[in-house]
Design a protein around this ligand. Structure first.
Ligand code: NDP
Length: 322
């Protein structure tokens, strides 16, 4: 089969589409014939070496497709089942492996591309809204990159929970998408300093929670947007990692709370995985949650796909199709 392989860390050009042996599923694993793979920022961090992965490797944790082979002792799945996962391995390929207990069944009515587009970013938006800082009606949140992959889903889910969403976006077109997703105000943070604007929009109080996926460039400003005892949720590094923080900063900014969550700790049990994926699929089926696929690339063109997301050119999801 053909797969993207990374033999050394570096720029997008280190990803090469090569012929590799078809892996046999081990104990507890399922092999999936990939229909679509979701592109995620984490793969850019793995490619550059910011997050270390043993070399060589094929990136891609999020994909949807049909079960092709079962490892020893695997029960509950059959060849041909339509499945999706955010916790697989080697998804930039025609076939990929996933732990059997990290697969979810894709219901009829949801196509496999939609499933691949929503597993990782959608479950992230779900845990941020329901578990990290459970939003309730009357809360106000600040969502950076509100027209991004996570951003558009997070904005919709936070609004659906009754919160007022203030978003940030890089362009007027992206701001429009964020508004359509439910943001009541969107700040063009490349043109205007966002902290004073957030203070103004909240009558000086500040927001209850900041969901910050941008990292280095927005960190200081985000802390200045919180109300006393508000929560800073730093969940990504699109502009680079946040430098080390002194606990005294949290005190000076209003006894604020800081968390740096990651999806894996929020889908660790079968119950949490089923809850989050089940909610997403039912909201998509009922039309309550829109999934915007910005564009799809052939898996062989993964380098161009990485360039697209890293150059801030996309709004919503990017898929790879074998
Ligand atoms: P996006 O589609 O949101 O792309 C990143 C966006 O960030 C860009 O479109 C851009 O939006 C904004 N941005 C601001 N500054 C920069 C910069 N210097 N370089 C590039 N982009 C910038 O990506 P994802 O939704 O896939 O992921 C967003 C972040 O969330 C990533 O850091 C990712 O790792 C993280 N994440 C974390 C998870 C977790 O569980 N902790 C799970 C999933 C994702 P604009 O043009 O509007 O500024």
């Amino acid at each position: 089969m053909r797969a993207i392989r990374i033999h050394e860390t570096g720029g997008p050009e280190v990803m090469r589409y090569e012929e590799v042996a078809l892996a046999e599923p081990g104990p507890g694993q399922v092999r999936v014939k990939v229909a679509a793979t979701g592109l995620n920022y984490i793969e850019t961090y793995q490619r550059t070496g910011l997050y270390q992965v043993p070399l060589p490797f094929t990136p891609g944790g999020e994909f949807a497709g049909t079960v092709d082979a079962l490892g020893p002792d695997v029960s509950g799945w059959s060849v041909g089942d339509r499945v999706a996962t955010a916790s697989g391995a080697g998804g930039y390929a025609e076939y990929a492996l996933a732990p059997a207990d990290k697969l979810v069944a894709v219901p009829e009515g949801i196509d496999l591309s939609q499933a691949a587009a929503v597993m990782l970013q959608g479950m992230t938006a779900h845990y941020l809204v329901y578990s990290t800082y459970p939003l309730k009606a009357g809360d106000t949140c600040l969502i950076h990159a509100a027209a991004g992959g996570v951003g558009l889903l997070l904005t919709q889910i936070a609004s659906r929970a009754g919160a007022r969403v203030i978003g940030t976006a890089g362009t007027a077109e992206k701001a429009e998408l964020a508004r359509a997703a439910g943001a009541s105000e969107v700040i063009l943070y490349r043109d205007e300093a966002f902290p004073p604007r957030v203070r103004e929009l909240t009558g000086g109080r500040g927001v209850d929670v900041v969901y910050d996926s941008v990292g280095k460039d927005t960190w200081d400003g985000s802390l200045d947007c919180l109300r006393p005892r508000g929560m800073m949720v730093s969940f990504g590094n699109a502009s680079g990692p946040v430098p080390p923080v002194s606990p005294l900063t949290l005190s000076a900014k209003g006894s604020i709370f800081l968390t740096r969550p990651t999806l894996w700790h929020y889908i660790a049990t079968p119950e949490e995985l089923a809850w989050r994926a089940g909610d997403l699929f039912s909201w998509i089926a009922s039309g309550e949650l829109g999934v915007r696929v910005d564009r799809s690339f052939a898996t062989a063109d993964a380098p161009a796909a990485h360039i697209a997301i890293q150059s801030r050119a996309t709004a919503g999801k990017v898929l790879l199709v074998p």
